[in-house]
Design a protein around this ligand. Structure first.
Ligand code: NAI
Ligand code: 1J1
Ligand code: MG
Length: 259
């Protein structure tokens, strides 16, 4: 399980500001608009209770503080409970939280106690990053490549397939690839096929997963993957725009998915 590190969380809102500019440039939309249109929802001054969880690898420095900053950035009232785990959950409810956010090493959820909606970070991250890729203003077709079909990538491929995009995918895990072919109708991408893409969604925990043969001369790489899948030289050699951010965009997607 690829866990965030405290350094991933440094300068979070600076990274967000930079990526919001890129998103506006390459899609014409603000991230809030994309979230509103993707889920058909909008914020209504919900109170968000954020509960630190000590299980497994334990507390990640600045993780819950980052969530509070993100919630406030999107105009909601967020608080981190003083207590952790079950005591923290109890505290959040008694402090009238509408939405609870908390994460162990496996699942990071947002649960709206008022309407019962619940969402996970993996699914919401896959949806929002594939939606950003799909809105590329310079796309040369509806062909889109998804690299990595794990918890995030599969959700992204599923979202794109439902929207009618021509989804190609690659993953060394044959089972995941076969599942995506069978259930989503994606086409396996052969690396040496010579097929190039103007939209790529990368969701792997590996670096340099994007090779020269994949990118059209104008291309948007939309990647939640940590570390970065796009090699520096390729990003420079071709006009590649990239949206890559470690937490905030995925969390915004979680919030909108439960409003
Ligand atoms: N930026 C954000 O907001 C978030 C980022 N993440 C990051 O996204 C990445 C993916 O997360 P998960 O889907 O949970 O991981 P996962 O482990 O469930 O799936 C990763 C998939 O990538 C595949 N893969 C590995 N190397 C590959 C390659 N060279 N080409 C194609 N596929 C390859 C693996 O076989 C696996 O199926 C991780 O780095 C995680 O830290 C996860 C959640 C939020
Ligand atoms: N239990 C810890 C939080 C653990 C979060 C682990 N999950 C990740 O790192 C996921 C979330 C987005 C990307 N990876 C705490 O409460 O401080
Ligand atoms: Mg993100």
């Amino acid at each position: 399980m690829a866990l965030l590190t405290p350094e991933d969380l440094e300068n979070l809102l600076d990274k967000l500001e930079y990526n919001e500019k890129v998103i506006k440039k390459v899609t014409g939309f603000e991230i809030k608009q994309i979230c509103e249109e993707t889920y058909g929802t909008f914020p209504d001054s919900e109170v968000v209770g954020i509960v630190p969880v000590t299980s497994g690898n334990g507390i990640i420095d600045n993780f819950t503080a980052s969530l509070a900053a993100i919630v406030n950035h999107f105009g909601l009232k967020g608080f981190v409970t003083e207590h952790t785990d079950i005591s923290g959950y109890n505290e959040a409810v008694s402090r009238r939280a509408d939405i609870i956010m908390m994460a162990d090493d496996h699942i990071f959820i947002a649960h709206n106690l008022k309407n019962g909606k619940i969402s996970t970070n993996h699914e919401c991250t896959g949806i929002i990053y594939s939606e950003i890729a799909a809105r590329y203003l310079h796309a040369d077709s509806t062909d889109i490549l998804v690299i990595g079909l794990g918890r995030v990538g599969y959700a992204g491929a599923s979202h794109l397939a439902k929207k009618g995009f021509n989804v190609y995918a690659c993953d060394p895990n044959i089972e995941f690839l076969e599942k995506a072919v069978k259930e989503l109708g994606v086409k396996p991408y052969e690396r040496n096929s010579g097929k190039k893409f103007s939209m790529i969604m990368e969701a792997t925990p590996c670096k340099d997963t994007i090779s020269e043969g994949m990118v059209s001369d104008r291309c948007l790489v939309s990647t939640p993957g940590i570390p970065c899948g796009l090699p520096e030289n390729i990003g420079k050699k071709y006009k590649v725009d990239m949206v890559m951010e470690p937490l905030v965009i995925g969390v915004a997607s979680m919030l909108y998915s439960v409003f």
